[in-house]
Design a protein around this ligand. Structure first.
Ligand code: NAD
Ligand code: DAU
Length: 362
């Protein structure tokens, strides 16, 4: 199998959950790459998790938006970028229901600007270039309990503004391959969990609320099913797709681990009962509360990841039991990160620690 070797990588959204895990994954396992992390530092972005690389010559942070064509063009040219790994997005379904516009701006317009800037800067020199687009299984819509899992040929049927914006970006990426032979690869992944996830998503929200003595809100009947993948496994899949994936292809990525939301929340409560019992010795399960359902809530996602397993030899290494234990333990031992993220104080902390470092490409 031919192997592509990235040298100068632009990671977009590298201050977010998966992007920052990807950068740590790469810098700790690969000494031959130089990474520029372009991130707008929205509410979901923080440099806290990458502070240990602040003085590493292989890493530079640039604060800015993927909608800024001139900034992207400057970075692509000046840093001689050969590989773009595109994570930057508005990522939370609930926020897309109450405020869809930012999802259109970043996920659709931003992806278009990024693609087009890279096409312009890279010109005809495409054999040694890669554009990896990180997408989601939500583009395929929802499944009944008996439907087969999503494959790469399942028709798109996005149901939330978030899913629709990601489906639109996937289609733009596809069109650049077919029209311009632009060297793209797309991964469509299921629900990630692990360290550094912003506490609005199900798993970190439940951990944080449980420890704070707050209710654990279950939407609807709690029987919605998601496929859960530990974030390091997703990072490894993305690297495998960049290195050995077929241009113009899409690869589903999943944990082969379908679980109803209720079971997820029960397993978190049980781990907390074991690792940090409540003062009254009751179970954290007592804090579970059923609340109004999410509008348009997709019932079930399930991912068939046979293609990436068979063609690229990627399978997850973490089971849910091991991954969720690591995750709960990580949140228990990183309360200062959590506190900074929850209160927005990470910005003050970063301003002090990054006072003399360039924050933009200019
Ligand atoms: P996240 O919300 O944790 O991080 C997103 C990052 O993008 C943040 O650091 C934010 O500051 C940055 N960003 C937002 N708008 C930007 C802009 N205009 N310009 C530059 N940066 C901007 O998201 P995540 O969970 O890490 O998801 C990363 C990617 O993976 C997204 O594209 C998402 O659709 C996809 N994905 C996520 C999951 C999941 O379970 N979290 C699963 C499959 C796919
Ligand atoms: O499937 C991949 C997608 O997974 C990614 O593309 C998205 O970026 C990511 O946010 C995630 O979307 P979900 O909507 O599945 O994740 P979320 O953590 O918001 O919710 C998971 C399930 O838990 C979902 O069925 C809604 C439910 N839920 C969520 C929250 C926050 C609750 O019951 N209560 C809650 O408080």
């Amino acid at each position: 199998m031919d192997s592509f070797k990235p040298r100068n990588i632009l990671v977009t959204g590298g201050a977010g959950f998966i992007g920052s895990n990807f950068i740590r994954h790469l810098l700790s396992s690969n000494s031959d790459v130089v990474i520029t992390n372009l991130d707008a530092l929205t509410y979901a972005g923080s440099q806290l998790g990458l502070v240990s690389y602040a003085d590493d010559e292989r890493y530079e942070f640039v604060q800015g938006s993927i909608t800024d064509s001139s900034l992207i063009t400057t970075i692509l040219s000046e840093k001689q970028i050969d590989t773009v790994v595109h994570f930057a997005a508005e990522s939370h379904v609930d926020r897309s229901i109450t405020g869809p516009e930012a999802f259109i701006d970043t996920n659709i317009v931003g992806t278009f600007r990024l693609l087009d800037a890279a096409r312009t800067v890279w010109g005809d020199n495409l054999a040694s270039r890669r554009f990896l687009h990180v997408s989601t299984d939500e583009v395929y819509g929802t499944l009944s309990a008996t439907d087969p899992a999503f494959t790469e040929t399942t028709p798109f049927a996005p149901n939330s503004p978030y899913a629709a914006s990601k489906a639109s970006s996937d289609m733009l990426v596809r069109s650049y391959f077919h029209t311009y032979s632009f060297p793209v690869i797309t991964t469509n992944c299921s629900n990630n969990y692990g360290p550094f996830q912003f506490p609005e998503k199900l798993i970190p929200l439940m951990i944080v609320n449980a420890l704070a003595g707050k209710p654990l809100p279950i939407y609807g009947d709690g029987q919605q099913v998601r496929d859960w993948l530990y974030v390091d496994d997703h990072c490894a899949a993305i690297w495998r797709a960049i290195s050995t994936g077929e241009l113009g292809s899409t690869y589903n990525v999943g944990g082969n681990n379908e679980m109803p939301n209720m079971d997820i929340v029960h397993s978190i409560c049980d781990l907390l009962d074991e690792l940090q019992p409540r003062h009254d010795a009751k179970s954290y399960r007592e804090q579970i509360e059923f609340v109004e359902d999410r509008p348009g809530h997709d019932r079930r996602y399930a991912v068939n990841a046979d293609r990436i397993a068979n063609e690229l030899r990627w399978t997850p290494s973490e089971s849910f039991a091991t991954g969720i234990r690591k995750t709960v333990e990580w949140y228990l031992s990183n309360e200062s990160w959590l506190e900074a993220i929850k209160t927005g104080q990470h910005q003050n902390w970063i301003d002090q620690n990054y006072a003399n470092r360039p924050m933009t490409a200019a």
